[in-house]
Design a binder for this molecule. Sequence first.
Ligand code: B12
Ligand code: SF4
Ligand code: SF4
Length: 337
Amino acid sequence: MSIESLQQILKDKNKDFGLVKLETPLSLNLYKKYLDQGYHGEMKYLETQLDQKEKPQKLLSTAKSAIVIRRDYLPHPYPTSLPNLKMAAYAKGEDYHFWFKKEMNELIEVLKVHFPKDDFVCFTDSSPVMERDLAYRAGLGWVGKNSCLISPQKGSFFFIGEIYTSIDIGTHKEVLVPDRCGTCTRCIDACPTNAINDERTLDATKCISYLTIEAKEAPPLELRDKLNGWYFGCDICQNVCPWNQKAFGKDFFIEAPIHKVELEENLRTILSASNRQIEKIFATSALLRAGPTAHRRNAILLAVEHQFKDLLEVIIPLGERFSKLTELVEWAKVKLT
Ligand code: B12
Ligand code: SF4
Ligand code: SF4
């Protein structure tokens, strides 16, 4: 079977893909520098993953190439019913770690019929793969100043997934997409926490997405009033990007309004819920990536931002029940009285 037939199978399956040889990532030094500067905060897995990111064959010893797949999420392909809270577009549906992997595994079954002697294994997000680097080398877009991979036609609201395979793509090379940020600095100017640095990487410890999803602790005092109403994740640096406005129209990100009364009710429900109840509210969505205590933390931060003083009665007991929240609850008491 030839590379052309591999490409034809992927096209027949409507995949938006690129092929790349599995070599040392182009931006490995930037990645190491990012770790040295401590921009990863509590995401210690980014340190332990370094070796496998550098040497992809540690994940699949026979791997020679990767099929890199771009999967749009605006609008979300598998929407779910979630409380009306300001959340990143990627989270407004079933958790992609499951459905995207399922789609790639179905594709692998087809590929195995045509390439019976070859090995295939798929990943998205949580595995030690430098996905933006891989997708850039596969010709799927350029790395913008906001550090997102951007497609000139499709913008940046897409997931990246990859299938490592023992198929040798030989001399095949995708055409790289040149940088199209030019003199634009809209994302840098719009980021409320100044998280974007000038090397197209972030100081993740300042990013609202990190602070509301990955961090185990409450945000530092100086960032607590800069969360801009986000409950989970943040899309600001993508919403302002002209390439998304070109792909989706100027007003694409205007959200359904969140009414104060409804928001307060939703926060009250979360703040009074047990762990199991919180898991039920966000079941099957990517919001469960943050554990119940992180959800309570995010709800407290929003209660303070919106000055919902009546919520103090459900906030105060949390300080005693959860030591991780004690300081935040004390802070909320001061801010809400
Ligand atoms: C940890 C992580 C985060 C952290 C830290 C992100 C960061 N930028 O540091 C937090 C929680 C903040 C986060 C936020 C988001 N994330 Co995230 N995240 C990851 C994860 C798991 C690892 C990223 C990582 O290694 N960061 C360390 C830094 C150094 O690497 P990097 O962010 O990939 O940045 C690279 C480029 O900036 C690059 N670079 C700079 N200049 C140049 C030039 C060239 C030529 C090249 C090749 C590279 C390059 O160097 C870095 C290393 O390659 C990846 C999945 C994966 N396995 O890769 C998803 C991933 C990057 N995240 C994704 C998404 C969707 C998001 C959010 C949009 C979610 C949201 N709305 O809240 C935001 C976007 C924030 C932003 N502006 O980046 C997608 C990105 C899709 C895309 N189009 O780019 C990924 C690929 C997950 C996936 N499978 O789809 N994320
Ligand atoms: S996701 Fe939000 S906080 Fe993070 S870099 Fe982009 S604009 Fe800044
Ligand atoms: S907002 Fe401007 S600078 Fe930022 S990623 Fe988009 S085009 Fe590049």
